[in-house]
Design a protein around this ligand. Structure first.
Ligand SMILES: [Ca+2]
Ligand SMILES: [Ca+2]
Ligand SMILES: [Ca+2]
Length: 257
């Protein structure tokens, strides 16, 4: 754990070790203050799908070791199939407790609402995301969990392998282990290397250039549109034509195994 980071020099004041080492099969996959005591805990996922949260960090000076963090709360969460991967923590439902967002290898997304129990580390709901039955497929990846529209609830930022970006806002559970979002595509659309797309050098498909979130436009049209960056609604009709529509219910939300 680094402390005293200097943005001006890029240096760190100190690098503090932890007293607890879970081994190489455990990976830090998120951070969040589950018990709302203003210090963040660490969410771990094992290669086998097991999950755990360490909370209540305390700084101690250990003789001969120096300053170290020790986490006084260690809680095992329900395990998931290893095809489900934690993408991060963010408060999607506005109760201040950070929730956990998963994505499956097949592209499906699920949310675990957190906040139960004294340490806030109990899962209170497990919801599979179903937005109009759209099958995201494995080319869309959850890449960020931040509040984009300033409603004090985290939103989900996604990017496609083709560079297109999208944001899901207004997380809304609707029962039966399901939840939905309001999806928006983003413009301008970056290319797969992460740069703003340039019609002069980007790949073309059947004489038409590729642009954001499932639209096809002639290169000249894209150049015109880039001067007016804006959010636009998800193109559901394109999804239907391209065969991307599928039943989200064919997936199972991650749950205890
Ligand atoms: Ca905390
Ligand atoms: Ca929450
Ligand atoms: Ca938001």
């Amino acid at each position: 754990m680094w402390t005293g980071l200097s943005a001006a020099t890029g240096t760190i004041g100190a690098m503090l070790a932890g007293t607890q080492n879970p081994g190489p099969t455990w990976h830090v996959v998120g951070t969040g203050d589950t018990n709302l005591n203003d210090v963040a805990g660490v969410l771990w996922q094992n290669d086998n799908g097991a999950l755990a949260i360490w909370e209540d960090p305390a700084l101690f000076n250990v003789p001969f070791l120096g300053n170290v963090f020790t986490f006084n709360t260690v809680v095992a969460l329900p395990s998931v199939d290893p095809s489900w991967h934690v993408k991060g923590m963010g408060d999607l439902n506005g109760d201040l407790h950070p929730d956990i967002v998963f994505q499956n290898d097949n592209g499906a997304v699920a949310v675990w609402e957190m906040g139960g129990g004294q340490a806030g580390t109990t899962v209170t709901a497990m919801n599979l995301v179903n937005i109009g039955g759209i099958d995201l497929g494995p080319t869309w990846h959850v890449v960020g969990l931040r509040d984009i529209n300033s409603d004090f609830r985290a939103d989900v930022v996604l990017q496609n392998d083709n560079g297109s970006a999208a944001v899901w806002e207004d997380y809304t559970p609707y029962g039966a282990g399901l939840a939905t979002f309001l999806p928006f595509a983003m413009t301008p659309s970056p290319n797969p290397n992460g740069h703003v797309w340039d019609s002069a050098v980007s790949p073309a498909r059947n004489g038409k250039a590729l642009s954001g979130a499932g639209e096809e436009e002639l290169p000249g049209q894209v150049r015109e549109r880039r001067r007016k960056p804006r959010l636009k609604t998800w193109n559901l009709s394109w999804a239907a034509r391209s065969g991307r529509l599928g039943a989200a219910s064919c997936y199972s939300a991650p749950s205890q195994s």
